[in-house]
Write a protein that binds this ligand. Structure first.
Ligand code: 5GP
Ligand code: MG
Length: 167
């Protein structure tokens, strides 16, 4: 495993992102929605840097890349009503964009006043589904990464850094 982004780099970047995000929502009803499971570290570390009223929500998206390729199932049963609220959707990584594009559409359908997107990582040269991303932590090369929420076979999520998984 090769460390790509250190714990210190992540924390310094989160300080900057929080300073960028906070003024966008001054005095507005905000719900920060984390995409399970990959966004949990990002969510926990970012919200503790936002000194403002907000609610936290969780949503799950699972893709079945088997028979029906690219089919995506959304489980929003844990998510409280977002009608009349601004939503900031958080995910660990933007790859093809399929997941976030669908989730943004879903949240608009649920009556969110606005939906913005923040990702910790954006993989370069991979986006095929158009999705507007408002806040990006780090641009990374097209490699499979783990740690800081990101898994391989549901493992490595607890690593406090982002690493490239090499065989
Ligand atoms: P997308 O829908 O943008 O193609 O895929 C997004 C999801 O794929 C992410 O939320 C993440 O779960 C998974 N993913 C994409 N690239 C990586 C990667 O490099 N490492 C890990 N662990 N997951 C990834
Ligand atoms: Mg994910």
């Amino acid at each position: 495993m090769r460390v790509l982004i250190t714990t210190e780099q992540i924390h310094a970047r989160l300080d900057e992102m929080a300073r960028q995000i906070a003024p966008e929502y001054h005095g507005q009803p905000l719900t920060i929605v984390g995409v399970l499971t990959g966004s949990v570290m990002f969510l926990a570390d970012l919200v503790r840097r936002l000194d403002m009223p907000l609610r936290i929500g969780l949503i799950q998206a699972s893709s079945y890349r088997g028979a029906v390729s690219g089919e995506l199932r959304i489980d929003a049963s844990l998510l409280a009503d977002v009608r009349g609220r601004h939503v900031l959707l958080l995910d660990d990584i933007l790859d093809t964009g399929q997941t976030l594009a669908r989730l943004v559409q879903h949240l608009h359908e649920q009556g969110a006043l606005s939906v913005k997107v923040a990702v910790l990582l954006r993989k370069q040269g991979r986006q095929v589904h158009p999705v507007n991303v408002d806040f990006v932590g780090f641009e990374i090369p097209d490699a499979f990464v783990v740690g800081y929420g990101l898994d391989y076979n549901d493992e490595h999520r607890q690593l406090p850094y982002v690493a490239v998984l090499s065989s």
